[in-house]
Design a protein around this ligand. Structure first.
Ligand code: KG4
Ligand code: ZN
Length: 340
């Protein structure tokens, strides 16, 4: 089955074709158009601008992906689109185009949960994880640990009660004048910073449980930054201290969740999973504790069409599909998904 996948939930227009044939299949083509430049001058995503840009870019990108895959439109067996969670207007662009194309081509359509796409994204790699495993999802909108037993079987063990970790990176970077998106900007500034100079809190690690909180850390960083007129070195030192605290917090909770579930496989996905410090530290833990560690390739850590095509293919193969109506669910809960 060859599935066209569309991702438009935030500030990336992603399109891909995935072939589910176990022998000849795999990812046939994918393209991404990032709106970073469009939003950079505002220091964050402007929803209305995002929707309009998806309208401009989606159809040309679909044509380009079909050309790259060498497929004609009548060789596509289904269309998957992100239907939530995300920005309502942006989601509606992908949902409207995806549902309409499927109707025009007389193939089934499937609405995909964005976080399911992220969590299954390591399955696109040669060394794919096998169920069950622990999932750590770290993105701009979400931070959560989940017990994952199969497609659609996600039991949330803990999540952020306020800011997502990526959001904390973005807000901290904005305050330090490092630009948008903040994750890569903080990581790069931290390279020349001294880790030990600013010792920021590791929120909620001194009490039991697997929930996260990042708004206090962000505030501690902003307070420290406001105390002095910052030079380049101060900014680098604060960035290093913040990154260390944020990653440490993720590691403490992840190790706790591994102990609680007894799982020896860990999948890490979402934009922040591109972070080098997180990858290095997790690699060290994995080596020490005999853990199997799975990440998506770096370009599929952030939003992309490939993960949506893959997740959609699993659901279509199980016989699920949408009626003729379409919708977008900006606040769709991950544990409400249908099991397959
Ligand atoms: O998964 P994603 O593309 O979008 C959401 O679904 O939210 O994640 C975007 C987030 C942004 O907050 C961005 O700053 C963060 O991922 N990010 C990083 C890195 N690359 C992207 N955070 C830390 N280190 C990175 N290298
Ligand atoms: Zn995402």
């Amino acid at each position: 089955m060859r599935i066209l996948g569309l991702e438009t939930s935030c500030d990336d227009t992603g399109v891909a074709v995935y072939d589910s044939d176990p022998v000849s299949g795999g990812l046939l083509a994918h393209k991404l158009y990032s709106q970073i430049e469009l939003h950079a001058e505002y220091g964050g995503v402007v929803p209305e601008l995002a929707s309009r840009d998806h309208v401009r870019k989606l159809l040309p990108l679909i044509k380009a992906v079909l050309t790259e895959s060498g497929l004609k439109k009548d060789q596509i067996d289904g269309v998957a689109y992100t239907a939530g969670p995300g920005l309502a207007g942006a989601l509606l662009v992908g949902a409207a185009v995806g549902r309409s194309l499927a109707w025009g081509w007389q193939v089934p359509a499937i609405a995909v949960h964005h976080l399911e796409g992220h969590l299954l994204s390591p399955m696109l790699e040669n060394e794919a994880p096998a169920f069950p495993f622990l999932g750590l999802l770290v993105s701009g909108g979400h931070t959560l640990l989940a017990d994952i037993r199969g497609v659609g079987q996600y039991h949330i063990l803990g999540e952020s009660i306020d800011d997502a970790v990526g959001e904390a990176f973005d807000k901290t970077a904005k305050h330090l004048g490092l630009g948008y998106p903040g994750g890569p900007a903080i990581a790069s500034a931290a390279k020349t910073g001294q880790t030990g100079r600013f010792n920021f809190p590791r929120p909620m690690t001194n009490r039991p449980g697997l929930d996260f909180s990042f708004s206090g850390l962000k505030t501690a960083v902003i307070t420290a930054a406001d105390k002095t007129s910052l030079d380049q070195q101060d900014i680098a030192d604060i960035a290093a201290g913040f990154q260390e605290a944020a990653i440490d917090t993720l590691l403490i909770k992840t190790q706790r969740a591994l102990a609680q579930t007894g799982y020896k496989s860990l999948v890490v996905a979402g934009g922040v999973s591109a972070n080098e410090l997180l990858r290095t530290r997790l690699g060290q833990i994995a080596k020490k504790e005999g853990l199997r560690l799975y990440f998506p390739r770096p370009e599929f850590c952030t939003d992309n069409g490939a993960m949506i095509a893959y997740a959609g293919a699993q659901r279509l193969a199980a016989g699920q599909s949408e009626g003729l109506a379409f919708g977008a669910w900006p606040r769709w809960k991950l544990d409400d998904l249908v099991k397959i």
